[in-house]
Design a protein around this ligand. Structure first.
Ligand code: MG
Length: 384
């Protein structure tokens, strides 16, 4: 034995900007906050059952955030956190776990190390285990808005979850002290006279309650991202006409460009660069020139499709860089419009879009103005 059940408390109803989605269902690095917390426990080899307690009316949010995960059916929470935990503990009784780890869904960055260390101390015979962190800032009392006396730092510490217990012991404490307003389970363990053992908490195991917490958590998650760069290259031949399309901009010219679509080599090269970054084939695979559907198509559709594939993977386009290779038309006068056009299609800040131009000094097919070429790179971030 020695396995534990995980009880995740997700009953909060607080939302951002007064929106309708409670915070624990908001995304962090493209994954719902609650899903990140749950994943950490499901990955632990000794976790035998996982129960989530949710708030009233959160069933739809829950189903969407937890799709495909191996959890017990959610239990509706109560008026208080304490009551919610009690209901979750009751729901676990058919599984008769030896230990239970109780965790707040609002701590999505809980690590496998902290879960393992809480579980290990329980297995050594502890009744109750709590992760604690020291306080590094100086502390002061506040007296009616005024700065009061200093509080010695070694008098206080920060309390985190998961908190671990003998299942039977904490269930009994919840039954005995039902109706109270305990803000965590260690408080009840203390009232029940259990001996509480501390383990080291982690700075990254933050509770996401404010906008700035979420921004901080995003930075922590982003630091672990999978960053990739893809490259693309395209050529189109000059033909009779009076304009060319480049990076979504119509540029008057002494001739046109030949192609099945609008022959926008800049957008084609960039589309291939993005497809390359997610290893999703090439533009010809997604939009075969043999398909009459794409005749005279605006190439912005191709680029938007590639961007959508990145989005579906939970990724973000960080930067793109396009180089147009030709003797004419002159690119400089249109550079700003071309950058703005690509930024608009990719929903990017224009500062993340670069458009450059060069010639081949009269050499080769571009030097002889038989056609023009474009090459591009795209850098993206995918979730790990
Ligand atoms: Mg092309």
């Amino acid at each position: 034995m020695g396995s534990f059940a995980a009880l995740i408390v997700a009953g909060g109803s607080g939302s951002r900007f007064g929106g309708s989605v409670p915070k624990q269902y908001e995304t962090l690095g493209r994954l719902p906050i609650i899903r990140r917390a749950v994943n950490a426990f499901l990955a632990a080899k000794d976790c035998c059952a996982l129960q989530v307690v949710i708030g009233a009316g959160q069933e739809v949010h829950y189903a969407s955030a937890m799709r495909g995960l191996d959890a017990l059916p959610p239990v509706p929470g109560g008026e208080t956190r304490q009551e919610s935990v009690r209901r979750g503990l009751d729901a676990l009784s058919p599984h008769a776990p030896e230990f239970v780890l109780i965790h707040d869904a609002a701590r999505p960055l809980v690590s496998s190390d902290i879960i393992a260390s809480v579980a290990a101390v329980l297995k050594q015979g502890a009744e109750a285990v709590v992760p604690l962190l020291p306080v590094s800032d100086s502390l002061r009392q506040m007296n009616g808005g005024l700065v009061g006396d200093a509080i010695p730092r070694d008098w206080v510490c920060r309390v985190q979850t998961p908190q671990g217990f003998l299942y039977a012991g904490i269930r009994e404490a919840h039954a005995r002290f039902a109706g109270g307003g305990a803000t965590d389970d260690i408080a009840l363990a203390e009232r029940a006279g259990m001996k509480i053992i501390a383990v080291a908490g982690e700075e990254a195991n933050i509770k996401v309650t404010t906008e700035s917490d979420l921004a901080f958590a995003e930075r922590l998650v982003g630091g672990k991202a999978d960053i990739r760069t893809g490259g693309g290259f395209d050529v189109h031949r000059f033909t009779a006409g009076d304009h060319v399309w480049l990076c979504g901009i119509r540029i008057p010219h002494a001739c046109g460009l030949e192609g099945h679509s609008d022959a926008d080599a800049g957008l084609h090269a960039l589309t291939d660069a993005i497809l390359g970054a997610v290893a999703a084939g090439d533009i010809g695979q997604h939009f075969p020139p043999s398909d009459p559907k794409w005749k005279h198509a605006a190439s912005r559709l191709f680029l938007a499709h590639a961007a959508e594939l990145v989005k579906q993977r939970g990724g973000t386009i960080l930067h793109c860089d396009i180089t147009i290779i030709c003797e004419a038309p002159k690119i400089g006068p249109h550079r700003g419009a071309m950058r703005a056009s690509v930024a608009e299609i990719l929903e990017l800040d224009i500062g993340r879009v670069s458009v450059k131009a060069t010639t081949t000094e009269g050499l080769g097919f571009t030097g002889r103005s038989e056609g023009l070429a474009a090459q591009a790179t795209a850098t993206i971030r995918l979730p790990t």
